[in-house]
Design a protein around this ligand. Structure first.
Ligand code: MF3
Ligand code: CO
Ligand code: CO
Length: 249
């Protein structure tokens, strides 16, 4: 028996709204991602946009996280805390937005290239985006969660890049994080069955070098142990009777 929550069509309506708003935050912030802008300025702009749209940031004060978005630059894998750092030409930055709109969550992230970047950075970012799309394509109603990581790993292995193992996608709905853990690598188990009415995220983090991560002394910032670049993309997905919907697209 599955312990993963099955939601109603009414719930799907709320999730469409929160997913659309999360997507709109990324569309809104994109033109501001430029050399010279600080990550705290990006945070403040997103915070105000979220608030003006009648929502709250789900990350602000989440287990003590101090900001309204995560900003993960270069070798930061995820959960970077916005601060005084100013973006420089050639950086890559993942902006991860989770909104709470009327009690329902939308979670999405994208890695931006800041001005002209190296070929390696461009290839990594394109690979991370494709990894997400490969994972989404593997989602089938009545398929299995294990199909997602298997498909992503089959794709990423051919690139020579690595897949972070310490962080995964997650069920989402009235909570930001719920069951199941959605693995982005092949753990060689089928996992739970994917059923209509489930909501979850897929959010692969891809590294140039080692897949291994560690957390900085701030208790949040996850970085690659070898300081190699890392990129991530994330969408929130809804499973229907015979199709799926990308709620944050
Ligand atoms: N948005 C992140 C995710 O994809 C969660 C961030 S939690 C925070 O699951 F506290 F780090 F902000
Ligand atoms: Co997420
Ligand atoms: Co997220």
């Amino acid at each position: 028996m599955s312990e993963i929550e099955i939601y109603s069509l009414d719930d799907l309506g709320y999730m469409r709204n929160s997913g659309r708003l999360a997507r709109d935050v990324l569309l809104f912030i994109e033109p501001h991602v430029q050399p010279g802008v600080s990550t705290s300025t990006l945070n403040d702009l997103c915070h105000d946009f979220i608030t003006q749209n009648g929502a709250t940031s789900a990350t602000l004060n989440y287990n003590g996280f101090p900001k309204s978005i995560c900003t993960s630059v270069n070798h930061v894998i995820c959960h970077g805390i916005p601060g005084e750092y100013k973006l420089r030409q050639g950086d890559i930055i993942n902006i991860d937005v989770t909104v709470n709109l009327e009690g329902w969550h939308g979670d999405t992230s994208k890695t931006f290239l800041v001005g002209k970047c190296t070929k390696l950075a461009e290839t990594l970012v394109r690979t991370a985006e494709r990894a997400l799309n490969v994972g989404i394509t593997a989602v089938k109603p009545f398929g299995y969660f294990g199909d997602i990581g298997a498909a992503i790993q089959q794709f990423v292995d051919r690139t020579g890049f690595s897949i972070v193992r310490d962080y995964c996608g997650h069920g989402i709905g009235r909570e930001m994080h719920s069951k199941p853990a959605v693995l982005h690598y092949d753990c060689r188990e089928k996992g739970e069955q994917i059923l209509p009415g489930m909501f979850f995220t897929i959010e692969p983090m891809i590294n140039v070098g080692s897949y291994k991560s560690r957390i900085l002394n701030d208790g949040w910032t996850a970085v690659t142990i070898d300081k190699s670049l890392s990129a991530q993309f994330e969408h929130t997905i809804a499973v229907m009777n015979d199709s799926i919907e990308i709620l944050t697209e």
